[in-house]
Design a protein around this ligand. Sequence first.
Ligand SMILES: Cc1cc2nc3c(=O)[nH]c(=O)nc-3n(C[C@H](O)[C@H](O)[C@H](O)COP(=O)(O)OP(=O)(O)OC[C@H]3O[C@@H](n4cnc5c(N)ncnc54)[C@H](O)[C@@H]3O)c2cc1C
Length: 254
Amino acid sequence: MNIIVCAKQVVDVSEIKVDPNTNKPILAGVPQKISDIDKNAMEEAIKIKEKHSGKITALTVGPADAKERIKELLAMGADEGILIAQPEKLDYYVLSNILAAAIKKIGEYDIILCGEASIDLFSGQIGPRIAGLLNIPQITYAQDITAEKEKVVSERNLGDKAVTIESSFPVMITVTKEINEPRLPSLMQILAAANKPIHDWSAEDVASEKLEPKITTVDIKGVPMERKNVIYQNDIDESVGKLVDSLIKEGVLR
Ligand SMILES: Cc1cc2nc3c(=O)[nH]c(=O)nc-3n(C[C@H](O)[C@H](O)[C@H](O)COP(=O)(O)OP(=O)(O)OC[C@H]3O[C@@H](n4cnc5c(N)ncnc54)[C@H](O)[C@@H]3O)c2cc1C
């Protein structure tokens, strides 16, 4: 089974502060990480490989420091990584075309796994766009995947219900966060990852023509969080009761 996992390096959104004067997110110094759901995609790839054997390729379009993130995926269990240098101008159209062209260049693939969406921009477009460009079936929002010899059976998470569908190979699957708990690599695995290959490709290596973005991001605004600073100081039972009442009032609890 040849599996390709598309993984994005993102800023750790929980660490972003918002400038109260401009409402702009302050991105300087914010740590980078693999988008959370892409780790779920990698975990699922490893489980499929454990069952069927095969090869896992981690594919990233990103800046040079994204190589450190690819190393994390190699430590988890990917066999090789490919880092495609991020072009200066990028949108969903350009990115999905680069990833689809890279997947064509890789050549043999049975399953391509993506997150349902990245944790920073969360458009959820990339997986379905790649499937369209490669003209292969796609299963979105997978909360369970059973890969068999000739087909894959997957449960799609539709919130209050689930739909089970099956597909032949090759197939694109976008996974949800609920699908699994990504493993933490051991020290030995982290050390061994240093010997696994990471290939450096450019967009020109994979795409036959230079692609121009079709949309422009005009503005990004943060939403400043304001604390209510409500303090309950009385009897503990009374305080807990008041806290629960106010959480219900705020709609946090039902
Ligand atoms: C320097 C820079 C400039 C940009 N300028 C613009 C702009 O002008 N206009 C605009 O619209 N957007 C711009 N973008 C954003 C860019 O279009 C998005 O980052 C990209 O299209 C992915 O969108 P998303 O995060 O919503 O992906 P989603 O569709 O939410 O991601 C779903 C899944 O696709 C895969 N995936 C997503 N991104 C990658 C990746 N880079 N490598 C590998 N797999 C990936 C992952 O599996 C992910 O879980 C810019 C980004 C950068 C870094």
